[in-house]
Every structure is written in structure tokens, then in C-alpha cells.
Design a binder for this molecule. Structure first.
Ligand code: ATP
Ligand code: MG
Length: 423
């Protein structure tokens, strides 16, 4: 036998029932996006590497060490997308979706980062993100947050999720803050690791984003960016808080929330689930008014968020969210019964599109087939053997209820199922 080939570390096959949970999760989120008037944009998984260098910033975890970058056969330098915002802005510019109009878009699918795989952190993972363009006020920031809250509600995880917000101000405000932050952090230079030491002068705000537990206290006492805000950003932040208060959304102001990417300005927010520990952030976003210009367009305001589906899946009740259950398993004993069974199953599927019916394949005695029916997680077994064929009836066995087996006329089967399954 030849050696078996394994999947790439950190890139997982998603099997049932998890695949069903993921699909239901995506559908639930998409339904909320639809309710808020967001439209889907499908983006390629590969982009020119330069797109991410220019948008995320050179001194970021993603660009420094997490990207899957390679040369293709033409020698073009390409990268598997580590996030969606840069692609969305690129597409907005390229396809003429911006300027003179407000756009509300969403995207989803797999993303790729070369990180150390662990629970809640994978090399291929899934996100759904929303991006809005052309709106400058705090109202759209609030809308994005309110939409997330609707999503948590729809997923029944709202009580476990909490919201943190901050404002990063303008580039100028951050430059003033930077000086104060370097001054402060220099006192603790010994506690910093090598890469943090390097960042101290290049991009000190990145240190606030560190997951190094030894830095927690130092970060906790660091100067607050909020004190350095320019008046316009401060007013914007007050506006956002007022809208969240009016919507009854609870939040905590986290003055050290900076987000790992360079493109943010003014509002940033994260939804966190403390029980997930270092992988606690399930959704993160904010305003990035400078990014469109950074990617070659005329300045255009923008705000959005992205959520990590694997981390949200870890919070969901699998039984409620998996769609493993099928409605009926058709037990067909004898060659003639197979033919009739396939026909019955098709009639049922044609009559009720939500009905799932599995027809036994591969023969077997009634006993074997009943075992398979049970294993299939079906609610009912529909039995078709010699007697039933002769009498134009079917047997009904309840696989999840304590109820006597019954025989009913075949012609009544559909209405019978409708009643029993509530379809
Ligand atoms: P973290 O701080 O946990 O590394 P991040 O700031 O790098 O997250 P973002 O770039 O903001 O993450 O991505 C948005 C969301 O995508 C995260 O909040 C998280 O839920 C999810 N996510 C990010 N990286 C991964 C990963 N490697 N595996 C699974 N989910 C991820
Ligand atoms: Mg990260």
C-alpha cells in the first residue's frame, strides 16, 4: 500500500454534523444581513500580494508572518486572502461600486493565515464580513453593531457575548498618542520580547494588541488613546455611544482596543466571549476612512466588520443547529419494492420540497434495513414489502416515539406525513 496523504496542518475537513451547523450558521447570518439590506459580493480567494501589503500595513502580524504567499507560473506574486476588507475595497474601486452612492455589502467564505493551529485558530477558517461605503456618520457604525446584536439574538448566544468599543481618532491624533505611548513603554522595554522591541519604535500601538499575558498589566496602565482624540473623532464617538444607548446595547469602552490592522480610524469594536479565552474575539470591525485612498481611489468613507465562524460554532448547541435529521427512511424489501419505493420517494419530494426522504439502497432483510433506518436519524421508517405492495399500503414505524406501528393506505401517505411532521 502506498503512503496516505494527509490534509495540511490547520486546514480541516468539515464533516457532518459540523458541516450542517456551519451551513445553518451561515444561513442565519445571511438572513439578518438580508433584513438590513446588505447585498452579497463574491470575491476571489487569491489577490496580488501588494493589495495586502498596502492595506493591512507592513508591521502587522498578518503581513509579517501569516500570509500564504507564492509565485504562480507567470511569476506573479499572489496571496491567499487572509481577510476580506482589502479585496472588497479593491473590487469596489475596480467595479465602480463606490462614489455618489451608499453601498452595503457582505461577503463570506474561507480565509487563510499561517498561524500556530489551536482551538479557535486555524490556517483555513471561515468568515462572514460586512462592509459599507460612502457614509461618514456614527449612525452606520451603530447600524453595523446593531446588526451584530441581531445576529447573536438569532443564534441565541447574546447573553454570552459582550461588546467593547474604542475610537482610534485620526492619523494625526494617533501620531500625538504614539509619542506618549513610546515614552510609557520604554520604561518596560525589558519585559518586551524581540519582536515587540522592534515594534516599539515602528508601530508601538501594535504592542497593545499583544496576547502576551506578561504584558497585560503594562498594557492595562498604558496611556489612553481617548485622551488624545481630535474634536471631530471625539464627537463621532459620543454620537455612536448615544445611538447604542438609545438602541439598548450594552458596551464597555476599552481604551486599549486598537485592532491588529493599520487601516482603522475613529470607531473600532470587538464582540468578545470571555469563555473562549485567548480566542475570545468572535467579531471585530470599525471605520476605515483612509483605506480607499490608500488603495488608489479618491477618499471615501467606509466601515465594516468580520466574524470568525469557527469561533461562533464553538458556542452553538450542535443539536439545535445541525440538520442531521432526515424525515423518513424508506425500507424496501424485494426487487419490485425498490422500484415502487423510488417512485413513492420522488412523489413525496415533489410534493413537499422541505421533506427529506432516504430510500434504502443495497438490499438487505427487513431487520437489516430497519437498523439502517434507525442509524440514519430518521424520524420515521416507511415500510414497503410484499404485503404492502399487494394492498397499496405502507407501514409506518415511529423511530423516535413510543407509538405502535401502523399500516395506512399509500394514497394517504403525504397528508399523513404532513400531519405527523408538521410540514
Ligand atoms: P486574533 O486577535 O484572535 O488573532 P485577529 O484580530 O487577527 O484575531 P481579524 O483579522 O479581526 O482577527 O479577523 C476577524 C475574526 O476572524 C476574528 O475576530 C476571529 O473570530 C476570526 N479569526 C481570525 N483569525 C482566525 C484564525 N486563524 N482561525 C479562526 N478564526 C480566526
Ligand atoms: Mg490574528
Amino acid at each position: 500500500m502506498s503512503r496516505r496523504i494527509q490534509s495540511i496542518r490547520g486546514m480541516h475537513d468539515i464533516l457532518p454534523p459540523d458541516s450542517g451547523v456551519l451551513r445553518n450558521l451561515e444561513q442565519t447570518l445571511q438572513a439578518v444581513l438580508q433584513q438590513f439590506g446588505y447585498q452579497e459580493i463574491r470575491l476571489p480567494v487569491l489577490e496580488h500580494t501588494e493589495l495586502f501589503h498596502r492595506s493591512l500595513g507592513e508591521v502587522t502580524d498578518i503581513v509579517e508572518k501569516e500570509m500564504y504567499t507564492f509565485e504562480d507560473r507567470n511569476g506573479d506574486n499572489l496571496t491567499l486572502r487572509p481577510e476580506g476588507t482589502a479585496s472588497c475595497v479593491r473590487a469596489g474601486l475596480q467595479q465602480g461600486l463606490l462614489y455618489g452612492q451608499a453601498a452595503r455589502l457582505w461577503y463570506g467564505g474561507p480565509f487563510f493565515r499561517h498561524e500556530r493551529p489551536q482551538k479557535g485558530r486555524y490556517r483555513q477558517f471561515h468568515q462572514i464580513g460586512a462592509e459599507t461605503f460612502g457614509l461618514t456618520g456614527p449612525d452606520i457604525d451603530a447600524e453595523l453593531i446593531i446588526m451584530c446584536q441581531h445576529m447573536w439574538q438569532a443564534l441565541a448566544i447574546l447573553p454570552r457575548v459582550s461588546l467593547e468599543i474604542n475610537s482610534l481618532g485620526t492619523v494625526q491624533a494617533r501620531q500625538r498618542y504614539r509619542v506618549a505611548l513610546i515614552d510609557y513603554l520604554q520604561q518596560y522595554e525589558d519585559a518586551l520580547n524581540d519582536s515587540e522591541k522592534q515594534r516599539l519604535h515602528v508601530n508601538p500601538m501594535r504592542i497593545l494588541d499583544s496576547k502576551n499575558p506578561e504584558l497585560a498589566d503594562i498594557i492595562g496602565d498604558a496611556p489612553s488613546l481617548i485622551k488624545y482624540l481630535d474634536p471631530e473623532s471625539a464627537e463621532h464617538f459620543e454620537g455612536l455611544k448615544a445611538l447604542l444607548d438609545a438602541a439598548g446595547i450594552e458596551y464597555r469602552i476599552n481604551p486599549h482596543l486598537v485592532r491588529g490592522l493599520d487601516y482603522y480610524s475613529k470607531t473600532v469594536f470587538e464582540w468578545v466571549v470571555p469563555e473562549l479565552e485567548t480566542q475570545a474575539t468572535i467579531c471585530a470591525g470599525g471605520r476605515y476612512d483612509g483605506l480607499v485612498e490608500q488603495l488608489g481611489g479618491k477618499p471615501y468613507p467606509a466601515a465594516g466588520f468580520a466574524m470568525g465562524l469557527e469561533r461562533i460554532m464553538a458556542l452553538l448547541e450542535k443539536t439545535r443547529f445541525s440538520d442531521m435529521e432526515i424525515d423518513a427512511y424508506l425500507v424496501v424489501v424485494g426487487e419490485q419494492a425498490v422500484e415502487a419505493g423510488m417512485e413513492i420517494a420522488n412523489q413525496l419530494r415533489n410534493q413537499a420540497s422541505s421533506l427529506s426522504v432516504v430510500v434504502n439502497c443495497g438490499g438487505g432483510s427487513i431487520k437489516t434495513q430497519m437498523k439502517r433506518a434507525d442509524k440514519s436519524n430518521a424520524k420515521l421508517a416507511i415500510i414497503l414489502a410484499e404485503d404492502e405492495l399487494r394492498d397499496d399500503t405502507v407501514g409506518i414505524k415511529y423511530l423516535r416515539d413510543k407509538r405502535e406501528q401502523e399500516t395506512i393506505p399509500r394514497i394517504n401517505l403525504m397528508s399523513y406525513l404532513n400531519e405527523y411532521l408538521g410540514t
